[in-house]
Design a protein around this ligand. Structure first.
Ligand SMILES: CC(=O)N[C@H]1[C@@H](OP(=O)(O)OP(=O)(O)OC[C@H]2O[C@@H](n3ccc(=O)[nH]c3=O)[C@H](O)[C@@H]2O)O[C@H](CO)[C@@H](O)[C@@H]1O
Ligand SMILES: C=C(OP(=O)(O)O)C(=O)O
Length: 426
């Protein structure tokens, strides 16, 4: 069982480089299935989700090379091999195999996705979209079966502006006959990134990044080269860390526009954020003010950032509130923070955090990816040693987290511990 052992209270200083966006990568990699020749994607983060997707594409006959952040996928020999179990369960984004395989083969069998448990994560809007395009969709023993004689363009109104459903419908619709219109589409930057790749493969997509996306289906898509956008969630995580325990940190390789809501909220807390073209500099912060935060769809504060932000709130003077309107149960980290002396409680979809508090090193469990990042930050702030368990969640989405933070002066070790010491913790 591997854990992170963190000795806290070191001030961090220097420059940290953000990797390519996980939530783009996990859609771009499956999108390559739709091409008739090799697709090369640069800037893929070294995260477990990328390796799992590589293995999944290989399971269906793809030839995949992943080296130095560049993934080249030759999809020519891929087949519609059913994927009911195994690797598909390891990540949420395996659901993109449904749209991509449906688009290419007009059929797919994909086990219901895994990923972080954030409360219920329905995929009804994805299925509604596939059905509108003419697919028959059934759920048999925990796997989704999709089959269509032909895919026909359709008008699809999403009941919720879902990132996953918007991308999944785009993946199928680019190969449908005629025009698809997605209304109330999600507007996240990752959607534009996927649309850009598909367009460079020969797809005809208009309006990605707005709430109405129009797609004219095409007969064939070809190979191309693409560079992924920087990870705005990773960037936000490091910005929050810089505000909490930095002594002057530059966060490099970012698109500041993607982070406007986070930057505005940090400024409201008293953090100085100096924006460059592709970086921000955050000087040492001496005093933080309590704030209220509500997560919203883009361009609002992302739900993925609320967990690290709630750790920052333990350092702010006064009572902060963070309401998650996207995933109302995404608060498992609060119990862990309480073990570390945080004065925090959850009421409905809101965490209420009183600060400032000196956090104490403790043995805690990462219940999901961003909860894990939040606990790493808590460990960096805490006096003494913090041991973070279940780090596989963190390594699904953060590339070289320990190396990056240690290069700023953090003291984090990844260690294998005997199961008996885990049992002692229980
Ligand atoms: C792999 C990936 O990109 N994951 C991201 C994606 O997840 P995910 O694709 O799960 O998130 P969605 O944008 O689809 O979900 C947003 C909201 O819509 C609801 N919903 C979604 C689909 C559906 O069919 N029915 C439905 O009701 C969800 O329960 C949630 O309340 O966007 C989330 C919201 O920005 C992020 O937290 C995740 O990091
Ligand atoms: C919840 C997340 O990931 P996933 O949707 O892959 O579980 C996340 O990126 O914060």
């Amino acid at each position: 069982m591997d854990v992170y052992k963190i000795i806290g209270e070191n001030r961090l200083k220097g420059t940290i480089k953000v990797s390519g966006a996980k939530n783009s990568a996990v859609a771009l990699i499956p999108a390559s299935i739709l091409a008739n020749s090799s697709v090369t994607i640069g800037g893929i983060p070294e995260i477990a989700d990328a390796w799992t997707l590589k293995a999944l594409l290989e399971e269906i006959g793809g030839e995949v090379n992943f080296e130095n952040g560049q993934m080249t996928i030759d999809p020519s020999n891929m087949l519609a091999i059913p994927l009911p179990n195994g690797n598909v369960k390891k990540l949420r984004a395996s659901y993109y195999l449904m749209g991509a395989m449906l688009g290419r083969f007009k059929k797919a069998v994909v086990g219901l996705p895994g990923g972080c448990f954030l409360g219920p994560r329905p995929i009804d809007q994805h299925i509604k979209g596939f059905e509108a395009l003419g697919a028959k969709v059934t759920n048999e023993h925990g796997a989704i079966y999709l089959r269509a004689d032909e895919l026909r363009g359709a008008k699809i109104y999403l009941d919720v502006a879902s990132v996953g459903a918007t991308i999944n419908i785009m993946l199928a619709a680019v190969r449908a006959k005629g025009r698809t219109v997605i209304e109330n589409a999600a507007k996240e930057p990752e959607i534009i990134d996927v649309a850009t790749l598909l367009t460079n493969m020969g797809a005809n997509i208009k309006g990605a990044g707005t709430s109405v996306i129009r797609i004219e289906g095409v007969e064939e898509l070809h190979g191309t080269k693409h560079t992924i956008i920087p990870d705005r969630i990773e960037a936000a995580t490091y910005m929050v860390m810089a505000a909490a325990i930095g002594d002057g940190i530059t966060i490099d390789n970012i698109i500041p526009l993607h982070l406007e809501a986070v930057i505005a909220k940090l400024r409201e807390m008293g953090v100085k954020v100096i924006e460059g073209e592709e970086s921000v500099f955050i000087p040492r912060v001496d005093s933080l003010q309590a704030v209220d935060v509500k997560t919203l769809v883009y361009p609002g504060i992302p739900t993925d950032v609320q967990q690290p932000l709630s750790v920052l709130m333990t350092q702010a003077v006064g009572t902060s509130k963070v309401t998650d309107t996207i995933y109302s149960a995404r608060f498992k980290h609060i119990d862990e923070l309480r073990r570390m002396n945080a004065n925090a409680r959850v009421e409905g979809n809101t965490a209420i955090i009183q600060g400032p508090t000196q956090l104490h090193g403790s043995s805690v469990t990462a219940t999901d990816l961003r909860a894990g990042a939040a606990l790493v930050l808590a460990g960096l702030l805490a006096e003494g040693e913090t041991i973070v368990h279940e780090i596989h969640h963190i390594e699904r989405g953060y590339s070289s987290l320990i190396e990056k933070l240690n290069s700023l002066g953090a003291n984090i070790r990844r260690e294998t511990i005997a199961v008996s010491s885990l049992e002692l913790k229980e």
